[in-house]
Design a protein around this ligand. Structure first.
Ligand code: ADP
Ligand code: ZN
Ligand code: MG
Length: 486
């Protein structure tokens, strides 16, 4: 596609996201079937989630509590009374012929998330967070078409979802990416979803339109589906914005339609147009009572909220004096943030702890193919190791070796340092003895040094370090060598 740079700056995009998230309840939203992912097809089903006639739904209290937790963390107002509604449509993986969702009386509304792109902070409005049930899953297999078979797995039918609808407040693909990232981080902190895009526990549809920058009204939007990664969201939006600008520039009008992202071809294509737009014929679900949330329940859930990523990031930057970038990286997951705080509580200097957690430790875990959440190193041992580094009992290089051993053997740092005799040599006499040997063995370099080529000192330091297997204190080595050589 070829939209000129001037055309591109003439327009601005308007984006709103609809995000579906599976809740981590043990059982489904309206029956007691397990929500466990990956079980044999159609093994977690019952008359309710199979949609058999006469079966009645019973609302799962835990799903409501989790949805409320998410809504409160997203700064939404909780409605003391909300209602379930039937959204009617036909689809093979929807056995009842309708989905139980919420429509005109959702659980919560009017929230926001703060995002920051290129140093610019913006609040993105959240229209609503509501509860609904997931549909089953169809699987298609076989090629060519004459060989094609379709299968239906209803294990997912009735798994609780929340839908989080944003206001059309986003303006660029980067902002959309940032919004979804923040949203995901918050939900992970809350432990209400595993937000796994590959397994489909987080799904995002993007609504996008373009308008001449500054125009008072929005343009006609398209809705892009099939975005199963954060990168696809960004790419699909960039493509779609470009496509719409090109159409408007050439005098065509945008069709309101649903489009699919094709990651192989890196483009979107139309799936259904407005002519086939759904009329879901929503009506209140007659088999469920209105959902009533008491003030006490709401406050109980509010009290259970953990400290959220943004406030934690702020605190890491101010109380622990960390650079903003470290604070951001350490708070990406709640487990990392909490581990960091334990290490600091154990006596490690915050900046040193941040460096080691974000760099060496991550690198060594990857090398050993051990997950961070396996916690191979206890936070107290981590703190002890960093204290040894801080007191210069061992050098950074040695500490890295010790940490590698700690991951593999799960022994404490003191034990490893003692067993391997890795303590740093801080004894001037010992160092001087080695230095004298090195000097005696290298008369040519000594002469060079004495003739004024002082850079040779670095070479001597290297030789002494080598002779002590890196255990000598480098600063002491330098001081001792200078004295011996001069
Ligand atoms: P629909 O009736 O098609 O479902 P909604 O008004 O419910 O549309 O909005 C669905 C999503 O689309 C929301 O996230 C909203 O922010 C976004 N949206 C609404 N209008 C526009 C627009 N003109 N351009 C881009 N996004 C929009
Ligand atoms: Zn069931
Ligand atoms: Mg809508």
């Amino acid at each position: 596609m070829a939209v000129s740079a001037t055309a591109r700056t003439k327009y601005e995009a308007v984006i709103g996201l609809e995000v579906h998230v599976q809740l981590l309840t043990k059982s489904k939203i309206f029956c007691s079937c397990s929500t466990h992912f990956g079980d044999p097809p159609n093994s977690n089903v019952c008359p309710v989630c199979l949609g058999l006639p006469g079966a009645l739904p019973v609302l799962n209290r835990e799903a409501v509590a989790m949805a409320m937790k998410a809504a409160l963390a997203l700064n939404c107002a909780i409605n003391s009374r909300s209602r379930f509604a039937r959204k009617n449509y036909f689809y093979p993986d929807l056995p009842k012929g309708y989905q139980i969702s919420q429509y005109d009386e959702p659980l919560s509304q009017d929230g926001w998330i703060e995002i920051e792109v290129e140093g610019r902070k913006r609040r993105i409005g959240i229209t609503r967070v509501h509860l609904e049930e997931d549909a089953g899953k169809s699987l298609h297999e076989g090629f060519p078409d004459s060989e094609r078979k379709s299968y239906i797995d209803l294990n997912r039918s009735g798994v609780p979802l929340i839908e989080i609808v944003s206001e059309p407040d986003l303006r660029t693909p980067d902002e959309a990416y940032e919004y979804l990232t923040r949203l995901r981080t918050i939900l992970l902190y809350l432990d209400v979803s595993n937000c796994n895009m590959e397994e489909g526990s987080l799904r995002c549809d993007a609504n996008v339109s373009v308008r001449v920058a500054g125009a008072p009204a929005f343009g006609i939007k398209t809705e892009v589906k099939n975005l199963n990664s954060f990168r696809f969201l960004q790419k699909a939006l960039a493509y779609e914005i470009e496509r719409q600008i090109e159409m408007v520039e050439s005098g065509e009008s945008i069709q309101q339609e649903t489009r699919l992202w094709d990651s192989r071809e890196q483009r979107t294509y139309g799936m259904r147009s407005k002519e086939f737009a759904h009329d879901y014929r929503y009506f209140p679900e007659p088999d469920l009572l209105p959902l009533v949330i008491t003030e006490e329940w709401k406050e109980e859930v509010r009290r259970s909220l953990p400290e959220l990523p943004q406030s934690r990031e702020e605190r890491f930057a101010t109380t622990h004096g960390l650079p903003r970038q470290d604070a951001t990286l350490l708070t990406v997951t709640r487990t990392m943030a909490e581990f960091f705080e334990e290490v600091v509580k154990g006596g490690a200097e915050p900046k040193l702890a941040a460096n080691w957690l974000l760099n060496e430790y991550s690198f060594l875990l990857e090398e050993a193919k051990v997950g961070f959440t396996d916690f191979p190193v206890a936070s107290a041992d981590f703190a002890k190791l960093l204290t040894l580094v801080g007191q210069k009992t061992i050098s950074g290089t040695m500490a890295k070796e010790v940490l590698r051993d700690m991951i593999m053997t799960r022994k404490g740092p003191d034990q490893i340092v003692t067993e391997k005799g890795l303590q740093q040599i801080n004894d001037t006499e010992k160092i001087a003895a080695v230095a004298r040997e090195v000097i005696a063995a290298n008369p040519k370099q000594v002469e060079q040094y004495r003739k004024g080529k002082t850079a040779t000192l670095g070479w001597f330091v290297g030789q002494v370090m080598k002779a002590t297997r890196g255990q000598a204190n480098p600063q002491l080595v330098q001081d001792v060598l200078k004295k011996e050589l001069d």
